[in-house]
Design a protein around this ligand. Structure first.
Ligand code: HEM
Length: 517
């Protein structure tokens, strides 16, 4: 270990010989401990993981840019995570690495372009209008008609699933009307149940899994009994069943010359245009569809949930935002278009600021496939006292790239990086790329960056803007001050209520109709 260069990177002392720093991450809301460490030790932090393994956590813009934009395939996802992904959706784009990833991504890209995403806006609008009617009915039925306490996360999860159904597959899932559909039921609380409870036993089992060869892991995930694995397998079965049927229907429609603008039709068409060996095989197509179902709805619903929570705590921001939306709506001939929304400066500022403070995916794990020198924007002082602007990362090092800590890195966003302050987006200079440009929107890392950035980011941005404009125009939000929300989850960050964790994901907001005067 004396030759291990990671030992010189500053970080918190381990609290347990066996579990390292991992137990500390269980105690608080996702992001709190991580941000504390980044503030104390800098934008590269060494942690002790299980069984004495080192891992590093990075929020330095230049190091992240190198990992995601310059040398993405040198930093693949860890084998244990890929084994779970394989269980979940099969050999899909998030699982694939290297040449397989390049081939799959090339076929999928044409379905996710700017014009393609914008063309889906009317679908998003019709879904959010349906959601609006539902909420208006519930509030109207309320005895005093003042407000209804709604679990907005669950509602948004159904709405975004319906949006994916119609926009990606031209298929009505109908989960907003009936949450008991097989797909609606399969995804209800799925993220939280698939993640399972993170406790000491789980930390140990994760540590053991990391030491297993991928083939053995795959076999165990496929065959081991257990609530969490059963849940994953069951959901895969339902999603695969739906995806399989949809792929067949689309193939048939295209063969008969009936094409559409949904993602699936575009993808099947792009696939047919590829030469034989570059094409996605049938199993890959099912896997991609099942991935789009999952990746495309929970991320979006969770992002919207965190935005509404932030606004529920800030009536003054909400009012200013609503005023801007109402004024633009009054000017528009009909409903607001995506163009109208994109021209609203305060709307754009609030959206980006809420995304910055509450990324739906808090971190992404990677492994160094070979010894690598990572360049840093801000030099760090090693425990030896030496100031360095490059760190040496040996092959096999597990790296946690922190979306949340990068998004609040004071070197990029300024000393008030922890504050929710939409105004920073209204001035020209405060959010211009400092350090290195990263990500696909506003120098934010929410959608990752580079070759492996979120393929659906334009889709998600169109959907979120459409939903947010309608949900703010029509309703006011607040939250019972007694309710304490905690962020949980290893991948997507889900809200739970402290003291009611057993209820699963919960974001109870008081939703009332906008007063007309
Ligand atoms: C606000 C909503 C969304 C957020 C925050 C988000 C975030 C992300 C992130 C962070 C990644 C990188 C994961 C990693 O490399 O470890 C990713 C990848 C991906 N996302 Fe999204 N996503 C969102 C919406 C969507 C939508 C709507 C779709 C599809 C319709 C989608 C499809 C995908 C796919 C297929 C990948 C894999 C890309 C690749 O590896 O090449 N996402 N997303």
């Amino acid at each position: 270990s004396r030759r291990n260069p990671l030992r010189l990177i500053p970080g918190p002392p381990a609290v347990s010989l066996l579990l390292g720093n991992e137990p500390q991450l269980l105690e608080k809301s996702v992001g709190e401990m991580e941000s504390e460490w980044h503030r104390r030790y800098g934008s590269v932090v060494r942690l002790k993981s299980t069984f004495g393994d080192d891992r590093i956590m990075i929020s330095d813009p230049k190091a992240l840019q190198y990992m995601f934009n310059t040398a993405a395939y040198t930093f693949p996802k860890p084998d244990d995570q890929r084994a779970i992904m394989l269980q979940l959706n099969g050999r899909d784009l998030v699982w694939a690495e290297g040449e397989t990833h390049k081939r799959q991504r090339k076929v999928m890209l044409p379905a996710f372009g700017g014009p393609e995403a914008r063309a889906l806006y009317p679908i998003f609008l019709s879904i959010v209008e349906r959601l609006t009617t539902k909420w208006q009915d519930i509030i109207g039925r309320n005895q005093d008609g003042s407000y209804a306490e709604l679990n907005v996360h669950s509602w948004l999860s159904h709405a975004t699933l319906d949006a994916i159904g119609e926009a990606a597959f031209d298929y009505p899932f109908g989960t907003l009307d009936d949450s008991e559909t097989p797909l609606g039921k399969a995804y209800q609380n799925f993220i939280i149940e698939a993640n399972g409870v993170r406790d000491t036993a789980r930390i140990v089992s994760d540590g053991i899994m990391r030491r297993m060869p991928p083939l053995l892991l795959g076999f165990l995930f496929k065959n081991l009994p257990g609530q969490r694995l059963d849940r994953i397998r069951q959901t895969k079965k339902v999603a695969y069943g739906v995806a399989e049927q949809l792929v067949k229907d689309k193939g048939q429609a295209i063969a008969e010359g009936r094409t559409n603008k949904d993602v699936m039709s575009l993808l099947v068409k792009a696939n047919l245009a590829e030469s034989g060996s570059r094409r996605l095989i049938e199993d890959e197509l099912y896997a991609e569809m099942s991935l789009i179902l999952l990746a495309g709805h929970e991320t979006t619903s969770t992002s919207l949930t965190w935005i509404l929570w932030e606004l529920a705590k800030r009536p003054e921001v909400q009012t200013r935002l609503r005023d801007e939306i109402v004024a633009a709506h009054a000017q528009a001939q009909d409903a607001l278009s995506l163009n109208d929304i994109e021209k609203m400066p305060y709307f754009q500022a609030v959206l980006k600021e809420a995304m910055r403070i509450h990324p739906a995916v808090f971190h992404m794990n990677r492994v160094a496939a070979k010894d690598t020198a990572l360049p840093l924007f801000k030099p760090i002082r090693l425990t030896s006292g030496q100031l360095v602007d490059t760190i040496v990362v040996p092959k096999g090092t597990r790296i946690t790239t922190s979306v949340g800590c990068y998004n609040r890195n004071p070197d990029v966003w300024g000393e008030d990086a922890d504050e929710f302050r939409p105004e920073r987006w209204l001035s020209d200079t405060s959010t211009s790329a400092k350090g290195a440009s990263l990500g696909v929107v506003g120098n934010l890392f929410n959608f990752s960056s580079g070759q492996r950035s979120c393929i659906g980011w334009r889709f998600a941005m169109a959907e979120m803007q459409c939903f947010l404009a309608e949900l703010i125009r029509n309703f006011e939000y607040s939250i019972d001050p007694q309710i304490q929300i905690k962020k949980v989850g290893d991948g997507i960050v889900i809200p739970v209520v402290v003291g009611k964790e057993e209820k699963g994901s919960l974001m109870p907001l008081r939703v009332s109709l906008v007063s007309k005067d």
